[in-house]
Design a protein around this ligand. Structure first.
Ligand code: FAD
Length: 760
C-alpha cells in the first residue's frame, strides 16, 4: 500500500560529543547535500553523547532549510509537558522545521540509573499514550481552559497552554510491537522503526495493524507517515547483499519498500560524510524517479492519491460549514491555516479585531492569489476577507467562519530603476520593512505613523504619513500595480495600461481586486527632526486652534499628528503632539517647533535628529491577538475653526472617546487634482479620528458634535461600513465612476469586506 506521501530522505547521526562540533558539521553537510531531515538518537545516559535536545537547538540555528528530529526522544527522561514546550519553541525558532520523534523507553537500567521510572512494556505504551495527550494539549493554544490530564503516569493539573508550534508538528513513534502500533493508529502521525530490527513481512504486518487501528479510531491511515531507519554500505560489486553494493542496487532494493510498504521517509544511519553524500547524490534522486515511474504504471487500487496534503481527523473535526476544504488546490492547501491547525491562534485575529475564520489562505504568488479568489468564489456562502498587514480598521480582513486571503508571504522588495528611485514592493510587506529597505539608498516613502501596518491596505486607500505635507499621500507615489481581478485575471495597471483601474486602485483599491505588488517612485529623504511634545491642554479648544494654525501656516517640511483623550480626575488634560521636520539642521527643526511651544505649557519633550527608518520602527512582530470589535469614526476637515475647536472640546468632555487624533493632510496632497485618483478630497487640511468604547454613545456624540464640521472622509479609519460612509469618502462623480468600474471588474461584488462600493 502506498500512502501518497511525498518521498523524503533523512540522516541519522550519532550525537557524539567527540569532538563537540562533529555532529553539528555532519548536520550542516546533510543540509548542503539536499537531505530533507536530520535526526539524532536520544540516549541521554550515554557518556560521550550530547544532550539531543540541546544539539537540535544548536543545529537549528546553524541550518536554514532542513527539518530536525530526535530519533527518537526518550520519553521516560523527558517530562511531556516540558517536551511539548521545548518542541514548540524550537519549531517557532526554526521556522517550522521541528518534528517530534518519540519513544517509550527501553534501556530501563540506564533510564533507572538516571532517575527515570522503570516501566513494563505494557505500562510504557500507556505512559506514551498519556504523554501524547499532554503534548497535544499543551500545543492547543486555541483552547482557553487550562490543561487537565489525569493519567496513571502523567498527571497534569491546570497547566497553562502554549506556545503553539509554527506548524502541526507530527508525532512519529519509534515502535515494533502490536500494542504500540495500535497506539500509533489511534494517536500517532508516523511510524519510525529501524529496518535492522524487522524481519521480512514485519513492515506489511505492522502497517496492517496501524491501519486497522486508525480506521477503528475514525482516522485515515494516510495521516500516518511510514519512516524507516536504514543502514548500508556502498561498494562497487553487485550482489553483496541488502544495501551493500552500488547506488543502483540500493535503488532497486529500496523501491519495493515505497511501493509495497508505503515507506515515505528513508533515514540513513551513517556518520561517514562520503556515504551521506553518495546516498544524497546517487540514491535519493534515482529512487524518487523510480517511484514516480512505478506509480504511473501501478495498479490504482493499491495506490492512494499521489500526494497526501490532507489534514488529520482531529484538524478536520474543527472545520467550519460552508467551505469545501477538500477542493482546495494542493499548493494553497500546503500553506493554508485551518481552525484545528497549530498556527491558527496567530492568524485568526487582526490588530484591531478578534476573528475566527474558517480558513486562512496564504498564497505565494499572483497565480495562487487567483486560485484563492476562485476558491472563495466557489464557496459563496461564507464571507471573504483580504489581508496584507492585518491593521484594517474599516477593512475587516478577518471574519467568523469565512475565508481570508492573507498576502503576508508576498513581501518581496526590489529596486527596479535606481535612477528613477523606482521600487517594487509586495503587498504583504510592512511599512517598517519598506523603510529599512529604502534607508541604505537614502530614500523613504511616506506611509503612516506605524511600522506594523501593511503595504496592501494602506497603499490602496491613501496613506497619511509623516512626510505627507511635503511628499503627498502614499498613493501619489504609485506608478503601477499588479492586480488580481475577481475573475482571476492578473493585470498590470498604470497610467497607460488599464488606466481606469489604476485610477480606482489609488483610493478605492479594496473594491476592485487584490493588489499583489506595487511600483512606487520614492523620495530622497535624509535624516530628519522628530519631536514628541506633551502639552497641558486644559484649554482643549484653545490648544486645538493653536495647533491647527501652526500646522497649516508652517512650511511643508513640517507634518504633525495630535492625540488627545479624556482627562483624569485631578489631572490636566494633555495633548500629545508628534511632529516630523524634514531637515537634519537642528536650528531649522527648533525654528519650526518654536511657535507651538509657546502655545501652551509644555510638560514633556523629546526632540531628536533621527532617520525616517528609526521613526517608523515602532512596532514588534508579535502575532495579532485582538478580541472584539473596535468602534471608530472619522472624517476630513479644512482649517480648524473656533467652532470646530469648541465642539471637539465638548466631544472630548462627553467621554465619548478615549483616543481622538488629528493628522495633517494638507500641503502636497493639494497638488494632485481631485479627479486624478479615487481619493478625491484633495483640499482637506486634517483627518480626524475618534476611537470610543461605546457603540452607541461614540457615534451619537460624533454625529452631533463633529459631524457638522466634516467635509469628506478618509475611509481607512472608520469602522462603520454603510452607504453613508462610502458617500462621505467618495464625492458623487468619483462614486459614479467607481461604481461603473466595479460593475465591469467585480459585478458579483466578491471584494466587499471594506467600505463597499456596490456595482451599478
Ligand atoms: C495602529 C494603526 C496606525 C495607523 N496609522 C495610519 C496612518 O498613520 N496613516 C494612514 O493613512 N493610515 C493609518 N492606519 C490605517 C491603515 O492605513 C489601514 O487600516 C490599512 O487598511 C491597514 O492596512 P493593512 O494591510 O495593515 O490592513 P489589512 O487589515 O490587512 O487590510 C485592510 C483592508 O484593506 C484591503 N486590502 C488589504 N490588502 C489589500 C490588497 N493587497 N489589495 C487590495 N485590498 C487590500 C482589504 O479590504 C482589507 O480588509 C493605521 C491603522 C492602525 C491600526
Amino acid at each position: 500500500m502506498h500512502y501518497g506521501h511525498e518521498l523524503q530522505f533523512g540522516t541519522f547521526i550519532t550525537p557524539t560529543n567527540d569532538p563537540p562540533q562533529a555532529a553539528v558539521r555532519l548536520a550542516e553537510l546533510a543540509e548542503a547535500s539536499g537531505y530533507d531531515l536530520v535526526t539524532f538518537q536520544d540516549h541521554p545516559y550515554q557518556p560521550r553523547f550530547h544532550d539531543t535536545s540541546t544539539l537540535l537547538t544548536w543545529v537549528a540555528a546553524r541550518t536554514e532549510r532542513v527539518h530536525l528530529a530526535a530519533n527518537v526522544a526518550n520519553l521516560p527522561l523527558r517530562p511531556p509537558a516540558v517536551l511539548a514546550r521545548a518542541a514548540a519553541s524550537l519549531d517557532l525558532l526554526s521556522g517550522g522545521r521541528f518534528e517530534l520523534g518519540l519513544g517509550a523507553g527501553g534501556f530501563w537500567d540506564a533510564i533507572d540509573a538516571m532517575g527515570g521510572r522503570r516501566l513494563t512494556p505494557g505500562q510504557a505504551v500507556e505512559a506514551l499514550s498519556e504523554a501524547i495527550d499532554v503534548i497535544r494539549g499543551v500545543w492547543d493554544q486555541g483552547e482557553r481552559a487550562r490543561l487537565e490530564v489525569d493519567g496513571e503516569y502523567y498527571h497534569v493539573s491546570g497547566a497553562k497552554r502554549g506556545p503553539a508550534p509554527a506548524h502541526n508538528i507530527p508525532i512519529w513513534i519509534g515502535a515494533l510491537k502490536p500494542r504500540m502500533l495500535r497506539l500509533i493508529g489511534r494517536k500517532g502521525d508516523g511510524w519510525l522503526p529501524s529496518l535492522a530490527y524487522l524481519k521480512p513481512g514485519d513492515l506489511a504486518a505492522g502497517n496492517r495493524t496501524i491501519d486497522e487501528s486508525a480506521l477503528a479510531a475514525g482516522r485515515d491511515p494516510r495521516e500516518i507517515r511510514r519512516l524507516v531507519n536504514i543502514g548500508g554500505r556502498f561498494s562497487a560489486g553487485i550482489g553483496g547483499g541488502f544495501l551493500d553494493g552500488p547506488a543502483a542496487q540500493w535503488v532497486e532494493q529500496l523501491l519495493p519498500y515505497v511501493i509495497d510498504d508505503g515507506v515515505g521517509t528513508f533515514i540513513l544511519a551513517s556518520d561517514d560524510p562520503a556515504t551521506m553524500q553518495h546516498f544524497a547524490a546517487e540514491v535519493a534522486p534515482a529512487l524518487r524517479e523510480a517511484v514516480a515511474q512505478e506509480l504511473r504504471h501501478a495498479d490504482a487500487a493499491n495506490v492512494a492519491e499521489t500526494t497526501w496534503v490532507g489534514r488529520s481527523t482531529a484538524v478536520r473535526a474543527k472545520r467550519r460549514a460552508g467551505i469545501d476544504y477538500d477542493a482546495l488546490p494542493v499548493a494553497l492547501a500546503a500553506h493554508a491555516v485551518e481552525p484545528g491547525d497549530a498556527g491558527y491562534a496567530r492568524v485568526k485575529s487582526t490588530y484591531m479585531r478578534g476573528g475566527s475564520p474558517g480558513l486562512v489562505l496564504r498564497p505565494g504568488d499572483a497565480e495562487e492569489v487567483a486560485q484563492a479568489i476562485a476558491f472563495a468564489r466557489a464557496n459563496p456562502a461564507v464571507p471573504l476577507g483580504v489581508r496584507s498587514g492585518g491593521h484594517g480598521i474599516s477593512g475587516r480582513s478577518t471574519n467568523d467562519g469565512g475565508i481570508v486571503i492573507d498576502l503576508g508571504r508576498l513581501d518581496a522588495m526590489e529596486v527596479l530603476d535606481a535612477s528613477r528611485r523606482l521600487v517594487r514592493i509586495g503587498a504583504g510587506a510592512r511599512w517598517k520593512d519598506v523603510a529599512a529597505f529604502l534607508a541604505p539608498h537614502g530614500w523613504a516613502l511616506s506611509s503612516g505613523d506605524y511600522g506594523g501596518v501593511g503595504v496592501g491596505g494602506l497603499a490602496t486607500a491613501g496613506g497619511i504619513g509623516w512626510l505627507v505635507r511635503e511628499h503627498g499621500l502614499t498613493i501619489d507615489h504609485v506608478r503601477a500595480v499588479e492586480l488580481v481581478l475577481a475573475d482571476g485575471r492578473i493585470v498590470r495597471a498604470d497610467a497607460t495600461r488599464n488606466p481606469e483601474l489604476f485610477w480606482a486602485v489609488r483610493g478605492a483599491g479594496a473594491n476592485v481586486g487584490i493588489v499583489t505588488a506595487f511600483e512606487f517612485e520614492v523620495d530622497e529623504v535624509g535624516d530628519l527632526g522628530f519631536a514628541r511634545l506633551t502639552f497641558d491642554a486644559s484649554d482643549a479648544a484653545g490648544f486645538l486652534q493653536a495647533w491647527g494654525d501652526w500646522v497649516v501656516d508652517a512650511p511643508r517640511d513640517l507634518t504633525s499628528f495630535l492625540i488627545m483623550g479624556g482627562s483624569r480626575p485631578g489631572e490636566p488634560r494633555v495633548a500629545q503632539v508628534m511632529a516630523a521636520v524634514d531637515s537634519d539642521d537642528p536650528e531649522t527643526v527648533l525654528a519650526r517647533l518654536q511657535p507651538l511651544a509657546e502655545a501652551a505649557p509644555l510638560i514633556g519633550q523629546d526632540v531628536r535628529i533621527t532617520s525616517y527608518r528609526a521613526v517608523i520602527s515602532n512596532s514588534d512582530d508579535a502575532a495579532h491577538a485582538a478580541e472584539g470589535e473596535p468602534t471608530a469614526r472619522s472624517g476630513l476637515i479644512g482649517r480648524i475653526t473656533p467652532e470646530f475647536a469648541h465642539d471637539a472640546a465638548r466631544f472630548l468632555d462627553s467621554g465619548a472617546t478615549y483616543f481622538f487624533q488629528l493628522r495633517a493632510v494638507g500641503g502636497a496632497v493639494h497638488d494632485v487634482p481631485a479627479e486624478a485618483t479615487a481619493f478625491a478630497h484633495r483640499s482637506s487640511e486634517f483627518s480626524v479620528v475618534a476611537f470610543g468604547s461605546s457603540r452607541q454613545q461614540t457615534p451619537e456624540r460624533w454625529r452631533e458634535l463633529i459631524g457638522p464640521h466634516l467635509d469628506g472622509a478618509y475611509l481607512s479609519f472608520d469602522t462603520e461600513q454603510g452607504d453613508e460612509q462610502v458617500e462621505a469618502a467618495f464625492p458623487p462623480a468619483t462614486l459614479a465612476r467607481l461604481r461603473a468600474i466595479k460593475a465591469q471588474v467585480d459585478p458579483d461584488n466578491v471584494f466587499r469586506d471594506n467600505a463597499n462600493v456596490r456595482p451599478v
